[in-house]
Design a protein around this ligand. Structure first.
Ligand code: TA6
Length: 287
């Protein structure tokens, strides 16, 4: 665990057997694990939890936590080649180093970092890179992932694979109207007509830089995801069969969640020249 001096409002803790930090500041509260710099919980002050965690989640070194905001890097799913392992890359199971922790009147910011030296199995990805991740907790959750190439060029995908607590049988997802998308369930290219509602397994990669809203009448709230330098938005609900097929996902839990992911993946794969950096930002708030 980092020996960084932590300001009031940020507390190191052992949670479910994993090193983590609990954040409790006037603007909001959160829980972040060192493994994957994984934001597992976030809520603005006075509000119910916004992120979603499976009750079947496994908390074990090297196993991605089912829920919260897993960092997908340096590939998405099986990658462009279709054979990259582990799925969604090594970032979400690597132990990120805490390199900074600050607070102001309302919010707390934690800064994490990994390089190739922090990763046991790079899966063929160049070791000469730096990934930095800033987690700002307050009335908004602002996540910024910066990738910097070393002396080799970098080709990579990335996603902040955010799980949200919603009534999936009623939530209305807006902001993607008219956007083209890859429907991974049917393997076809489609164009979004109107709001998204879930009526079955949904796994779509939208080409869009627009903010997305999740209108949840059951919870009486609207979750807003805004973003910077992200050309894809992924929308996922596993529905019945996929939920039953995942060991770390309760059979009925599909009803209580959806993913809206801030990404640069598939056709939005990024290419950095030696020494070049790219920062993607995801900002979640309640309307
Ligand atoms: O973002 C949606 C997705 O790519 C789905 O296809 C599904 O695989 C999901 O991610 C979860 O992936 P994981 O490796 O965390 O089980």
């Amino acid at each position: 665990m980092s020996d960084l001096e932590l300001p009031q409002g940020i507390t190191a803790a052992d949670v479910n057997g994993l090193p983590a930090w609990r954040i409790d500041v006037p603007g909001g509260r959160a829980l972040v694990y060192a493994q994957g710099a994984h934001v597992a919980e976030w809520a603005p002050a006075g509000a119910d939890e916004v992120l979603w965690l499976s009750e079947q989640a496994v908390y074990s070194p090297g196993k991605a936590i089912r829920g919260g905001v897993p960092i997908c890097f340096p590939w998405f799913g099986p990658g462009r080649s279709g054979d990259r392992k582990p799925a969604h890359g090594f970032a979400r199971t690597a132990t990120w180093r805490l390199v900074g922790a600050e607070t102001d009147e309302q919010a707390a910011t934690l800064r994490f970092e990994i390089t190739g030296d922090d990763v046991a199995d790079l899966g063929g990805f160049p070791a000469d890179f730096t990934a930095s991740y800033s987690v700002q907790v307050g009335k908004e959750l602002v996540l910024a992932l910066t990738v910097t190439a070393g002396e080799q060029p970098l080709d990579f995908e990335e996603a902040l694979h955010s799980y949200f607590t919603v009534d999936a049988t009623g939530v209305r997802i807006g902001g993607l109207e008219g956007a083209g998308y890859l429907d991974k369930v049917t393997g076809t290219q489609q164009v979004q007509q109107g709001e998204i509602t879930f009526t079955g397994e949904t796994d779509r990669v939208y080409s869009s830089e627009a903010p997305v809203t999740m209108g949840d009448d059951t919870a009486g709230r609207v979750i807003v995801v805004d973003k910077v330098a992200s050309s894809q938005t992924v929308v996922w609900n596993p529905w019945v069969d996929k939920s039953a097929a995942m060991g770390d996902f309760g059979d009925d839990e599909w009803q209580t969640m959806c993913c809206v992911e801030t990404a640069n993946c598939v056709d939005g794969e990024l290419h950095l020249a030696p020494g070049e950096s790219h920062t993607m930002v995801s900002r979640t708030s309640l309307a």
